[in-house]
Structures are given as C-alpha cells and as structure tokens.
Design a protein around this ligand. Structure first.
Ligand SMILES: [Fe+2]
Length: 182
C-alpha cells in the first residue's frame, strides 16, 4: 500500500532532518521538533503545535544549499511549505506556516526589543525577506485571520535553536498530524 502523507512526513524528517539549519547550532529536524515542543509546553492549540512542527518543511523540500541566505538567495521556504501543506492540512496549520516569515518582519516593525532577539542567520534572511514591515504592510498583516497564531509560532521558532535539547521524536506527533488532515 502506498505510504500516506503522515508516513511520508515522518520519512522526510528522517531522511532530510539532519541537514544544517542555515548557520544555526541545530539541525533542521532538531529545530522543527523543538519548535513543536515549545508550542506543546505552552499549551498552544494542537493545530499550532502541528504548524510549529511543519513551519520549515519548505527547507526540507527544496534542493537549494543550506546556506542559501548567506549567498544572497531567499529560498521562499514559507511559500513552498505552504503550497505543500495546503494540499493535505487544514488552514489552521497551513496559514501560520505561510505567515511565519511575515510575522518576523511584523515584529521587527512593532516591537522595539524583538530585533535584538534574532540570531545572526535570522538577521541575514530578514534583509532578503524585505526587512521590517512598513506601517501599511503591518495593517495588511493584522488583517490576516491567523496572524496571531503566526506571531506565536514565530516566537517558538526564534527560541528553538538550543543544541542537544531532549525532545519527543517525530513519531510522537503522528496522531496529531492525522487529526489535522483535511
Ligand atoms: Fe524556523
């Protein structure tokens, strides 16, 4: 029998999760599992836990080098991830993923202390992604139904870069992933 999408995602994590996370001290897999872990311990909705787990799935799907931002390339991973996820998951999962880069640009514009929290690779990619939002862009962002979830996801994302943190394996999320399939 053909593998279902949840099994495919688990395989993707095992096969591609060891790739470097663009200059950060954790792998892509560790980063994704830590982001979901933070959403779990903060008692976020289960859809946000899954969005957190899959927010960077676009990085696992493209063939660009891990250090693309340092080469001046925006990999547009949020769009790639969104286009993949929207085929299988509810919008409560796919929309915060689509918006998680916009959330960084938004927070840089509205929260004076936020920029200082960003890692060096995040600052490099911020410039490629358009830098802090203008006031007009902030208004458009706030009109998105899922913008608050995207901001919360972004905060987990920024913290999920701790070397050797013990977290649950991808298999732990299988039933939650199934729960949010369309
Ligand atoms: Fe991330």
């Amino acid at each position: 029998m053909a593998k279902d999408i949840v099994e495919k995602i688990i395989t993707l994590f095992h096969e591609q999760g060891n790739s470097e996370y663009g200059g950060e001290p954790v792998t892509q897999g560790e980063h994704a599992l830590q982001t979901a872990h933070l959403a779990l311990i903060e008692k976020s909705s289960t859809s946000l836990v899954i969005a957190s787990l899959l927010h960077d799935v676009g990085h696992l799907l493209h063939a660009l080098p891990d250090d693309a931002p340092e080469q001046g390339i925006d990999d547009l991973h949020e769009e790639l991830g969104y286009r993949f996820l929207i085929k299988y998951f509810t919008s409560a999962v796919s929309e915060p993923v689509r918006l998680h880069v916009a959330a960084k640009r938004y927070l840089c514009a509205v929260e004076p202390t936020y920029f200082a929290l960003l890692s060096d690779p995040s600052v490099i990619s911020l410039h490629l992604q358009g830098g802090p939002m203008s006031a007009e862009e902030c208004q458009v962002f706030e009109s998105n139904y899922y913008h608050k979830e995207a901001i919360q996801l972004r905060r987990y994302d920024d913290m999920a870069k701790v070397p050797n943190l013990a977290v649950k394996p991808i298999e732990f999320y299988a039933s939650l992933l199934r729960k949010h399939l369309k």
